[in-house]
Design a binder for this molecule. Structure first.
Ligand SMILES: [Zn+2]
Length: 373
């Protein structure tokens, strides 16, 4: 049996690893659900910073980028051509409120943004635009609402045959825009290359194997509930299951060694593993992560129980928070931690979070000292 990074994990755990490949969904101009290597949407502020301070970073977005500009920025900023902003080519003006429509009315010759090729479309034509149009509307507080097709969901997002024809003739296109429009890109801070995503998956898989008692825990689960595993495993005996476990683990270790993913000093520095026994810990509270927690469902507060809520106690945590232009979804910046700790961390770095917690404790009269140094 050929194995990969998740062969022997329960479906629940495998899903957890695979979800790390997905960028978050967004409303309006953001894509609904997508791989992290998709084209990104960045703010003018981020674009300007990168363009002026680190232009090579812009080319690291393998599937390109598009800059969203606020109407106010567009009409009051005279320096946009100095930083190579071209509406319809690498940027669009994004209207989100009735106030903006009133105070900064769009130019009459602007066309609404539409996507022609998704950024992972293998039918892309070289030098052919992947999108055209200068403006997108996602204004929900007017009567009626003013929302571009690209910002709509469901049937409302479909272009008519006539609209498609109009785009083809206006922009002299070889291929018309897609009939169904669904956002133009992902949040820039979620971006990650395919290659790095694969390394992340293997490193996270390794960390699961490194949890104390994982082999016995999964073997027991397999005996009790073979349906929790991939269908290829279900007909196997317990003995065979344990052999496949070892084979998968060896495969993961081999891949990780080959790709430099097992630097224990580094993993311990970021707080993904304990420096005494190299087993996974939560990067915030530094307590061990256990096999049970990985699979057990979080207990729900009384009165707030939801039958379909089956969140496990473990979440994926970023040590340095995701930031525009920083590519922080990468190996040696991710660890398995507690869901509660992850909620406390929100979108901050671990260091920042710890400092915040110290202030909270001090505010409550505790004396905080650090006996680790
Ligand atoms: Zn924790």
């Amino acid at each position: 049996m050929k194995v990969n990074y998740k062969t022997v994990f329960s479906k629940e755990i495998a899903k957890k690893i695979d979800k790390t490949r997905e960028a978050r969904t967004g409303k309006g101009i953001y894509k609904r659900r997508n791989s992290r290597n998709y084209r990104v949407v960045m703010s003018l502020r981020t674009y300007r910073k990168l363009f002026l301070q680190s232009p090579s970073t812009l080319s690291e977005y393998g599937n390109g980028y598009i800059v969203r500009i606020k109407p106010e920025e567009y009409f009051s900023d005279n320096s946009l051509t100095d930083i190579d902003i071209k509406l319809g080519v690498n940027a669009f003006v994004y209207y989100k409120s009735a106030r903006d429509l009133r105070n900064f009315p769009p130019n009459e010759n602007w066309t609404e943004l539409v996507e022609i090729f998704t950024s992972n479309d293998n039918k892309k034509i070289e030098d052919h635009p992947e999108f055209v149009g200068e403006v997108a509307y996602f204004v929900n507080n007017t009567q009626p609402r003013k929302v571009s097709k690209i910002c709509e969901t469901g049937d409302a997002s479909k272009l008519s045959a006539k609209e498609i024809e109009d785009y083809i003739s206006e922009y002299n296109l070889k291929v018309g825009p897609k009939k169904k429009q669904a956002g133009i890109g992902n949040f820039d801070y979620d971006y990650c290359t395919d290659e790095e995503m694969k390394n992340v998956q293997y490193q996270l898989s390794y960390l699961i194997f490194a949890i104390e008692g994982m082999k016995d825990y999964l073997s027991n689960l397999f005996e009790e509930s073979p349906g929790s595993f991939d269908s290829k495993l279900r007909s196997k005996s317990l003995e065979e299951f344990r052999q496949i476990y070892e084979k998968t683990e060896q495969h993961v270790i081999k891949y990780c060694r080959k790709h430099g993913l097992l630097n224990f000093d580094l993993l311990s520095d970021i707080g993904a593993i304990s420096d005494t026994n190299q087993r996974p810990i939560c990067p915030l509270c530094k307590q061990s992560v256990t096999a049970e927690e990985f699979i057990e469902v979080e207990e729900q507060a009384e009165g707030r129980e939801e039958e379909d809520n089956t969140r496990s106690k473990i979440a994926l945590m970023h040590i340095n928070a995701l930031q525009p232009g920083e590519f922080n979804h990468h190996t040696y910046n991710l660890a398995w931690g507690h869901r509660w700790c992850n909620q406390i961390q929100e979108d901050k770095d671990i260091d920042e979070t710890v400092n915040g917690l110290i202030q909270m404790l001090k505010g409550n009269g505790y004396i905080v000292s650090n006996d680790m140094n």
